[in-house]
Design a protein around this ligand. Structure first.
Ligand code: NDP
Length: 343
């Protein structure tokens, strides 16, 4: 409700920015956390405000794995009613230390947030943790369309199975979500917990200046990389495949997760399956200015792969007949924004 206060961790992230923009437009007061003053200043500038604005405050949490990392923000802002914990590493190639780089920030960051809410967040009604399809997917079933991934399914992966950074990310998200559910159960907390489980998140950056062919967030790189493909390439593009969802829908999921009074649910955000080839087909058909400038690949093969089975029925019902933005619109809006920024 307008006038209520929401705390969003990882406020400068791709998904969090859309959440914050929607919250501010709805009249909520927002407190966001970032890791440095520089990032706070950048955020104030982007939202065309400053630290005197009572509707939008930014706090610095340098290290979310430090015990008590979230204590001050909950202690000092007793008006916080909803907490949206989005901060977690989602990038690759930055470390070989998977435990420090992925597991600890995901798991201990989540637990530190929950502990602070439990201890100091007397007025917190609902906490939403951004989990991931990573904590749902079963690797050996991704090409078995008869296996339905839904809100009841868990990824069986454990940390000792992690051999590469992809698995490190996936396991970190599964373990973080598991730890969150275990925490609220074991501590009999007073607030509701919901988790949001997005598949690959596509769609425009909130701020055009963050869209670029050189640097974009991890999931949109899948689309942006195709813009650099060789126009003469006729191979079947299928290196990446999965399920896509729009960032604007993911932001709405986080907000509806508390606005609709949903209690203790996993909310699965997934729109349509894709392969690189399907993405290329969409770009070639709907972004005419790229005709002849990127690969066509093998358009007719786009639908020949075995797709991942999934259902979001329960989540859409809980959120009130939620309808997802199509893959076409996710891709076209992402590409058009990137092209506009790279003229
Ligand atoms: P971004 O990389 O854009 O945002 C991640 C946010 O988390 C940033 O604010 C980042 O801060 C912060 N963060 C990362 N590592 C740390 C750390 N070690 N300590 C403190 N803060 C950290 O990613 P997204 O917006 O895409 O992701 C947001 C959430 O959504 C994550 O939990 C991610 O796992 C989840 N998710 C994303 C999907 C996607 O396809 N994008 C799919 C499924 C889930 P900084 O900028 O300072 O690094």
């Amino acid at each position: 409700m307008a006038g209520e206060t929401v705390f969003v961790s990882g406020a400068n992230g791709f998904i969090a920015l859309h959440i914050i923009s929607r919250l501010l437009n709805k009249g909520y007061n927002v407190i966001g956390s970032v890791r440095s003053q520089e990032k706070a200043d950048d955020l104030y500038k982007k939202f065309q405000t400053d630290k005197s604005d009572p509707k939008f405050k930014i706090v610095i949490i340098e290290d979310l794995i430090k015990p008590g990392a979230f204590d001050d923000v909950l202690k000092n802002n007793k008006d916080i009613k909803y907490v949206l914990h989005t901060a977690s590493p989602f990038k690759f190639g930055f470390t070989d230390d998977f435990d420090e780089g992925y597991r600890k920030p995901a798991v201990e960051g989540t637990i530190n947030a929950l502990k602070a809410i439990d201890k100091y967040g007397e007025n917190v009604i609902t906490t939403v943790v951004t989990s991931s399809f990573a904590s749902v997917m079963n690797f050996d079933k991704l090409e078995d369309s008869s296996f339905i991934h839904n809100e009841n399914v868990w990824n069986p992966i454990e940390w000792d199975q992690v051999k590469d950074q992809g698995k490190a990310y996936v396991a970190s998200k599964k373990l973080a979500e598991k730890a969150a559910w275990d925490y609220v159960k074991e501590h009999n907390v007073k607030f509701n917990l919901n988790t949001v489980l997005p598949v690959y998140v596509f769609g425009p950056q909130l701020f055009d200046e963050d869209a670029s062919l050189e640097k974009t967030n991890t999931s949109n790189q899948i689309i942006i990389n195709l813009l650099k493909s060789d126009p003469n390439d006729t191979k079947f593009f299928k290196d990446t495949s999965g399920i896509g969802v729009d960032v604007r829908d993911v932001a709405d999921f986080h907000i509806l997760a508390f606005e609709r009074g949903i209690k203790n649910q996993r909310l699965f955000a997934a729109s349509e399956t894709f392969t690189d080839q399907k993405l290329l087909n969409i770009i070639n058909e709907y972004v005419p200015q790229l005709t002849g400038k990127i690969a066509k690949g093998s358009p007719s093969k786009a639908y020949t792969v075995n797709e991942t089975g999934f259902s979001t029925q329960k989540s859409r019902d809980l959120l009130g007949d939620f309808e997802f933005i199509s893959l076409k619109d996710q891709v076209v809006d992402t590409v058009n924004q990137a092209l506009k920024q790279n003229k």
